[in-house]
Design a protein around this ligand. Structure first.
Ligand code: UD1
Ligand code: CA
Length: 424
């Protein structure tokens, strides 16, 4: 059945204490909302993002990066149920399913969502909510079950009795519903509760009242629904995401010398037998080949493609660049907006000067196969070094160099015999 998603992202995120809307705070340079949209992308045909607080900034991000997503304004923000009701006019005659998630829950995996949907379908459910067990359930909505264990309702922390507060099964904030069955609920919700809000969670009790088939799917790995409400949560989510990524890489034949000091984004692919040395930070989307050595203390900043058998060593920063096989940049270099061929050696302290701060233009550096760059070279982009070019140490290269030439811009060495002795 067709699935569309609704992603709630209109809330304020007060506890972040930030001018940036909560869902645009980043993990490995990708906004939280980006994780959620990426994870539903392969499941849904269309995604509605509910925006409100800082609506313009959030909409900008969505519209620039996600073709299948639409933003829907919720103003004022009267609660999660009210938020979903904003989409009702757009889905008047829709007969498929709707997956509802929150924009501040970046750790949920596509596989988990698929299993959740499969459960919903196998139970022939009309409405399924994802739940999980928390030792400390404070602040979450509690899943209340009947004596026969069937789902009864969800009670928010602020509305819960002492007895209900003791319940450890909580609402993960993710729902799948058969839209035509549940849609009438959204015009019947009331704000008769402790927060005076229209609660999305009330659709459970509504479904029961309407004799619909309502179920809860218990998620075992509760890490996945970890929500971001504060800077501490953001750091913790980054740690969980990183740990998950490193473990996955190690399972696939990549050596991580020190998992406690290595940071690798979810969107980085790495080939087998590559070794990542300590204190390496890899953010954004990257592809690293087989048999490479990265770090210690390397920084890959996204959109980096490195082929097999390459070395990116100590204090080397690479951004938006393509590097072909057997190419080495061992020490203290910056490679930005560059295209490097195969069998290149980049000497220590080489800089691609890609940015003109006056015109604010970024330009490209191209090196063809077998180029050798002497230490402490500055390549002022745009510049192309054809095949086999050698650059003498300490040079500043400002124009294209033809194949197999030696290029150097070096003041002649002067040796003044006995100068030191005579100066005394
Ligand atoms: C909600 C659930 C709670 C669940 C928890 C899981 C309700 C009433 N409660 O509580 O049962 O355990 O999530 O994380 O749904 N939002 C809007 N518009 C609004 C209000 C909120 O778009 O008017 C968005 C927020 O930006 C956020 C999401 O909805 O992304 C959840 O809202 P939040 O206020 O964080 O709800 P919780 O109190 O965490
Ligand atoms: Ca929340």
């Amino acid at each position: 059945m067709e699935i569309k998603s609704i992603i709630l992202a209109a809330g304020k995120g007060t506890r972040m204490k930030s001018d940036t809307p909560k869902v645009l705070h980043k993990i490995f340079e990708k906004p939280l909302l980006g994780y959620v949209l990426d994870n539903v992308g392969n499941i849904t045909t269309e995604d509605f993002v509910i925006v409100g607080h800082h609506a313009e900034e959030v909409s900008d991000f969505v519209n620039k990066n996600y073709k299948n997503a639409k933003t829907v304004l919720q103003s004022p923000q009267l609660g999660t149920g009210h938020a979903v009701s904003m989409v009702c006019p757009s889905l008047e005659s829709y007969k498929g399913q709707v997956l509802i998630l929150c924009g501040d829950t970046p750790l949920i995996r596509e596989e988990t969502l698929k299993a959740f949907i499969e459960y919903h379908n196998s139970k022939e459910s009309d409405l399924t909510v994802m739940s999980t067990i928390f030792e400390n359930p404070t602040n979450y909505g509690r899943i209340i079950r009947d004596n026969d264990d069937s789902l009864k309702c969800i009670v928010e922390e602020k509305d819960a009795t002492q007895e209900q507060k003791a319940v450890k099964e909580v609402n993960a904030g993710i729902y799948i519903l058969n839209w035509d069955k549940i849609r009438p609920a959204f015009s019947q919700l009331t704000s008769n509760n402790a927060q005076g809000e229209y609660y999305l969670t009330d659709i459970i009790a509504w479904g029961k009242k309407e004799n619909l088939n309502v179920n809860a799917y218990i998620l075992e790995n509760s890490d996945e629904i970890y929500g971001i409400n504060s800077r501490k949560n953001l750091a913790e989510a980054t740690r969980i995401m990183n740990e998950r990524k490193l473990s996955n890489l190690m399972d696939n034949g990549i050596t991580i010398v020190d998992p406690t000091s290595t940071w690798i984004s979810e969107d980085t692919e790495i080939g087998a037998d590559t070794i990542i040395y300590p204190s390496t930070y890899i953010e954004g989307k990257n592809k690293i080949g087989k048999n490479c050595k990265i770090g210690p203390c390397a920084h890959l900043r996204g959109n980096v493609e490195i082929s097999d058998n390459c070395k990116i060593g100590n204090f080397v920063e690479v951004k938006n660049s393509k590097i072909d096989h057997n190419t080495n940049a061992g020490h203290l270099s910056y490679i930005g907006d560059s295209e490097l061929g195969a069998n290149i050696n980049i000497g220590a302290g080489t800089i691609t000067a890609n940015y003109n701060p006056i015109t604010k233009v970024k330009s490209k550096t191209v090196m063809k196969d077998n180029v050798k760059i002497g230490s402490n070279t500055v390549l002022v982009a745009p510049v192309t070094l054809e095949e086999g070019v050698n650059v003498g140490a300490g040079s500043v290269i400002t124009k294209d160099i033809q194949s197999w030439a030696l290029a150097l811009t070096r003041a002649p060495l002067r040796v003044l015999a006995d100068w030191v002795k005579n100066s005394k």
